[in-house]
Ligand binder design. Structure first.
Ligand code: UDP
Length: 139
């Protein structure tokens, strides 16, 4: 089933000029990048985006990190895109990520882990809506 998911190439990756390398892994996995833009998130945007984690001890650090440099926000499309992208990203902690995954290849730590991907279709819709209008998504 063709589906969409939301992705962020995080500051640790943009800082090291890895946008193209991350996109190559995404495209090689059969996902299409149907919308993409480079933005510098505001603190309000980052806090809203990670609101579910606001009671977690790492929330402050996570928000500081997400606003520390530009990010690339993306909409990815393909068969079972949500699950497929989670597979391609690898485990949250790069030390536990499988070979060939983005996090195994590029992530620096559990916090600075190079990419975000939605964890459900419902969250994908909500997250896409926070950063893109329908007109910006070109399938
Ligand atoms: N995170 C962190 N410390 C932790 C767990 C998570 O800094 O102990 C950060 C990390 O950047 C992660 C994000 O919070 O990607 C969201 O966490 P989640 O558990 O939702 O992981 P994900 O869905 O990104 O794999």
């Amino acid at each position: 089933m063709t589906e969409r998911t939301f992705s962020i190439i995080k500051p640790d990756a943009t800082r090291r000029n890895l946008t193209g390398k991350v996109n190559a892994v995404i495209e090689d996995a059969g996902l299409r990048i149907v919308a993409q833009k480079r933005i510098h998130m505001s603190r309000a945007q980052a806090e809203r985006f990670y609101e579910v984690h606001k009671e977690r001890p790492f929330f402050g650090e996570l928000v500081d990190f997400m606003v520390s440099a530009p990010v690339v926000v993306q909409v990815l499309e393909g068969p079972n895109a949500v699950a497929r992208y989670r597979e391609v990203m690898g485990a949250t902690n790069p030390a536990q990520a499988a070979e060939g995954t983005i996090r195994k290849l590029y992530a620096e730590s559990v916090g600075e882990n190079s990419v975000h991907g939605s964890d459900s279709q419902e969250n994908a819709k909500l997250e896409i809506g926070q950063f893109f209008s329908e007109a910006e998504i070109v399938g």
